[in-house]
Design a protein around this ligand. Structure first.
Ligand code: NAD
Length: 316
């Protein structure tokens, strides 16, 4: 029998890529979101518009005998958004997460996936040794988005224990790729830098911080592969999904500039930078056979032209 899959957040960046992969794999998929994907039509067999903060709408979205649920819906954005919308994140994402797991339990869902984040970890100094998943405790996330994700993880684990739902929880690294938000204040660093560099005619761009913060980024196709590997594994505990390639923000600018074939001199300005560094282990997800394929340069070589094209269309 073909498995019936529900994807919440199916109109978003990662959710829309995940839906397409699941359909290609032969699953029957219902996508749910406040909106349909912005850039290309969802391949989901059904797409339902619903506000998952509302219990009755979440109940309707979850009805229909779904075997597996992937919960990616969230009030979400890059550092600028995370620091300016604390109460929206706490309220909206928490309501969504509680409604979806509660309705999953009521509907007898067999397996439940939650999109969490490496924002659950504390700020780190550059050069500190890797944190593994259990090092999320004692908890000290850098922002409210991270606290909400920790709470959501705990809610899913608690429902899993009480209702016998098999749980999969992925702590995503920063993700980038085509069809991700690139404008409007919710975009993340790779997309924002691609846009700024595509716009720059004189080699100057403004970038937040001083360029020394260290980050790692995963290309969306690799992340979706990691999600599927985790879902097919028997790992019930929260699991990091990312790459082992770390760069400073200054190096990230340079990689995008190389892809764009432009000489770029960033002007570093004050802004919400987030943590100084984050260094976490990928041993658990790699034990499933997962191995990211795209280097940052290879992923940006696909992402930059897409953002450049969006910009041309936007400005025309
Ligand atoms: P996104 O903003 O593109 O997708 C989230 C989707 O949730 C959006 O389409 C949005 O419309 C939907 N949504 C928001 N409120 C809703 C509501 N009330 N009812 C129904 N749908 C609602 O974000 P994304 O980058 O695709 O992230 C997906 C998940 O992965 C999120 O849970 C996010 O926190 C997590 N995550 C993402 C990253 C990243 O780098 N993109 C990193 C770590 C974790």
């Amino acid at each position: 029998m073909i498995k019936r899959i529900l994807v919440c957040g199916a109109g978003g960046f990662i959710g829309s890529h995940l839906v397409n992969k699941l359909v290609e794999e032969g699953f029957y998929v219902r996508g749910v979101d406040l909106k349909e994907p912005e850039w290309s039509k969802s391949k989901a067999q059904e797409f339902m518009l619903a506000d998952l903060r509302e219990t009755d709408q979440a109940a309707e979205a979850l009805s229909g005998d779904f075997d597996h649920v992937y919960q990616l819906a969230a009030d979400m954005g890059g550092m600028g958004f995370i620091h300016s919308a604390e109460t929206e994140i706490m309220r909206n994402s928490m309501l969504i997460n509680l409604n979806v797991i509660d309705q999953a339990a009521r509907n007898g869902v067999e397996k439940y996936f939650l999109a969490s984040s490496v924002c659950v970890y504390r700020d780190m100094q550059i050069g500190e040794s890797e944190l593994s998943e259990i090092d999320a405790y004692p908890a000290n996330p850098d922002n409210e988005y991270g606290w909400e994700k920790l709470y959501a993880e705990r809610a899913v684990l608690a429902y899993g224990r009480e209702f016998g739902i098999s749980t999969r929880i992925a702590r995503f690294q920063n993700c980038y790729g085509p069809e991700g938000t690139w404008l409007g204040g919710r975009e993340k660093a790779p997309a924002a830098l691609c846009r700024k560099i595509a716009e720059s005619t004189n080699g100057h761009i403004e970038a937040w911080g001083d360029g020394t913060a260290v980050r790692s980024f995963i290309f969306v196709d690799d992340l979706v592969t990691g999600i599927r590997k985790l879902m097919e594994s028997d790992i019930e505990e929260p699991t990091n999904i990312g790459t082992r390639e770390y760069v400073s923000v200054q190096e990230l600018v340079q990689i995008v500039a190389n892809v764009a074939d432009k000489k770029i001199e960033p002007q570093w300005i004050s802004g919400p930078v987030g943590v100084q560094s984050r260094n976490f282990s990928n041993d658990v997800i790699e034990s499933t056979g997962f191995k990211p394929i795209y280097s940052l340069a290879a992923g940006l070589a696909i992402t930059y032209p897409w953002i450049e094209e969006q910009l041309l269309t936007f400005n025309s």
